[in-house]
Design a protein around this ligand. Structure first.
Ligand code: 2NL
Length: 344
């Protein structure tokens, strides 16, 4: 039995030394030391030995088992180290290689102009307000002094969902809702950028869906001069410090008096060119003093509070600023158009 154990040890050690992979090594370990292996068998057969030989044989069997175990472990460490070395040398990277360029996008020109306008008004103390694009007839029309059957509703042909619900035709409903929330106490000083919809046929200057930015400032003692000062600063920041503005009388149902606002032509400086159609002036927005009816409907006392409001189309502003000739470019998603507006 002693001889058999020594042969087993010799065989096992030889196989372990030849093992070329961890898998092979694992198989050898199971073959010799497993539950069905020869060492276990020897240990099981101890009962048949004379009592005085058992301790010596038991000790020898244990020594052989420990020697094989030791050998397997040493070999395992060696194989693992070799595998790691091979992996490391195969995965070396050249840190001096130049990086691959990351494709960088840019803001949509309309987004860029809207954000520029937002920043400008935030700088003057306005907050940005938002509201639903699916609106009620009340907030879109009635609260803005446009009762049912008022002829001025024709200027804003709409997409109705029911008798009473429609896609908003302007962002004024956001202002009306915000005023209501203030429960008759000023100041309310907001701009409301967002999508609006009109039942229009698309062409170079019309789109059935477009953007609008409205502004509203309601407080005690707000005057037409505040409107003019605010919009002058706006025009100068957007079109250049030398710009002047001009107010022409106009009509909106929600303001009284109402004005159209022109900016002196940034191309010819007012001398007259093709951009300003030889007038020296370019129309950029509509504005006015908030109609007392609009203030009252939103819960403000119109004897105590006054306000100014304005509305503009960022597409028109962006078209002027960047010389874009067709509003449909904004919505065609052609990267050849969009990539021209990468900011430095
Ligand atoms: C234009 C004209 C305008 C307003 C919008 C407004 C809102 C409230 C009260 C009074 Cl809640 N007015 N908004 C006022 C004047 C003109 O838009 O031509 N937009 C493109």
């Amino acid at each position: 039995m002693q001889e058999r154990l020594m042969t087993l040890q010799g065989e096992a050690v030889e196989k372990i030394e030849k093992a070329a992979s961890l898998k092979e090594l694992q198989d050898i370990r199971v073959e010799y030391l497993g539950k069905k292996g020869p060492i276990t068998e020897v240990l099981k057969g101890m009962g048949k030995l004379p009592a005085e030989e058992r301790p010596k044989m038991g000790q020898l069997a244990n020594e052989v088992r420990d020697a094989i175990t030791q050998k397997v472990e040493t070999k395992q460490e060696k194989l693992e180290r070799e595998a790691l070395d091979a992996k490391l040398s195969s995965e070396t990277i050249d840190v001096t290689l130049p990086g691959r360029p990351v494709r960088k996008g840019n803001a949509h020109p309309l987004t860029a102009v809207i954000e520029e306008i937002e920043d400008l008004f935030i700088g003057m103390g306005f907050s940005v307000a938002e509201g639903p694009e699916v609106e009620t007839d009340y907030y879109n029309f009635e609260a803005l002094n446009l009762p049912k059957n008022h002829p001025a509703r024709d200027m804003q042909d709409s997409f109705f969902i029911t008798e009473d619900i429609l896609l908003r035709t302007q962002t004024s409903p956001v202002q009306a809702r915000t005023m209501e929330k203030h429960e008759g106490r000023g100041p309310v000083k907001i701009i409301s950028p967002g999508k609006v919809y009109r039942r229009d046929t698309d062409d170079a200057t019309h789109s059935h869906q477009f953007m609008q930015i409205e502004g509203l400032y309601v407080d005690k003692d707000v005057r037409m001069s505040d409107l003019k000062g605010t919009l002058t600063l706006f025009a100068q920041k957007l079109f250049g410090a030398e710009r002047e503005i001009r107010l022409r009388p106009s009509f909106f149902p929600f303001t009284e008096p109402s004005v159209e606002v022109d900016v002196s032509c940034f191309k010819c400086n007012g001398k007259g060119c093709s951009i300003c159609k030889r007038t020296g002036w370019i129309e950029i927005l509509g504005a006015g003093m908030v109609h007392p009816n609009v203030l009252e409907m939103a819960g403000f006392d119109s004897k105590e509070y006054t306000g100014f409001a304005f509305g503009m189309g960022p597409e028109r502003i962006a078209m002027l600023k960047y010389g874009i000739d067709d509003i449909r470019h904004f919505y065609a998603n052609d990267v050849r158009f969009l990539e021209q507006f990468k900011r430095a």
